[in-house]
Design a binder for this molecule. Sequence first.
Ligand code: SAM
Ligand code: SF4
Length: 349
Amino acid sequence: MTVVGLGLPAMPTARPGPVGGPLVDTYGRVATDLRVSLTDRCNLRCAYCMPAEGLDWLPNDALLQPDELIRLLRIAVTRLGITSVRFTGGEPLVVKGLEDLVAATATLLPRPEIALTTNGVGLARRAAGLRRAGLNRVNVSLDTVDPQHFTRVTRRNRLNDVLTGLAGAAAAGLGPIKVNAVLDPVTGLDDSVALLRFCVAHGYQLRIIEQMPLDAGHHWRRDATLYADDVLAALRRHFTLTPDPTPRGSAPAELWLVNGGPAKVGTIASVSHEFCGACDRTRLTADGQVRSCLFSRQETDLRSLLRSGADDCAVEAAWRAAMWAKPAGHGINDPGFVQPVRPMSAIGG
Ligand code: SAM
Ligand code: SF4
């Protein structure tokens, strides 16, 4: 018996999770990739993520302190088998001490790969220091290279900062650099063509991400979403796209060779072609909550455990239990889908 559409074996959820070994769920998926949101604050206001006026930010005492976060990272790497850590947000570059956190993460053994997802504002002057601290790679979010479209989507006139941030990251050796684009429903098809030209010219890998129902205002509409297949059709009018022969593994992006390669473009079709069956992620919010999925409606409070004096075994067990209960899929396409309360900026994308 399988869970329809995901190719996952159905397993009884009632039995207790394993005590040691990999961070596994009831469907046999193993989480090795940890996404850590460092803050819910941001210096941009992308329409699909945050309202113009911002949000009620998490109070400082709710946020994990650096020593608490480093302890959780150590537990994740040494006890739970996490091999890859990505810092995100909100905007991780607005967090003081990011370099120290990266450096502390780089001392963990076995040393995880360390990546950053950022909007790129301020990256130009931080890239070399982050590289020295141990950062391996960056993904920079950029939805359009048209200055007017950029200002409309992000509600800030910062396109040049992002472009210099990208160049700074490349100069610092933080590659392969990926550019994450969530396309605007109105201008997105045109934007995608110019973005791909820009990325190919600079050696960045463009990845088009379908907009998901994770906006703060709960305004997402299925019929206003640009799907990966529509974008590929628009790109094919200007480029030859052929499937990348490299096996995809658990990567969310389906890759295409651009004009025969070596340049590639990826589509992350979270809504139209969900890939939850191969998910290898676990998530930690800035206030210390484990989420087994972007779309979780349940969280496991590790911050309270830490602050109540729990030992590493208890924290590990709580994290394992959270992941054991990971749902089969995000459910966006289910009739009874309910959007999570937290928006993307407070979860960590
Ligand atoms: N501020 C950083 C940035 O923009 O890269 C990191 C946090 S942001 C929440 C991480 C990623 O989530 C970005 O690539 C952003 O485009 C994406 N994102 C935000 N809201 C989204 C939504 N509703 N659907 C799909 N992707 C979204
Ligand atoms: Fe900020 Fe990133 Fe959300 Fe844009 S997508 S508002 S840059 S957190």
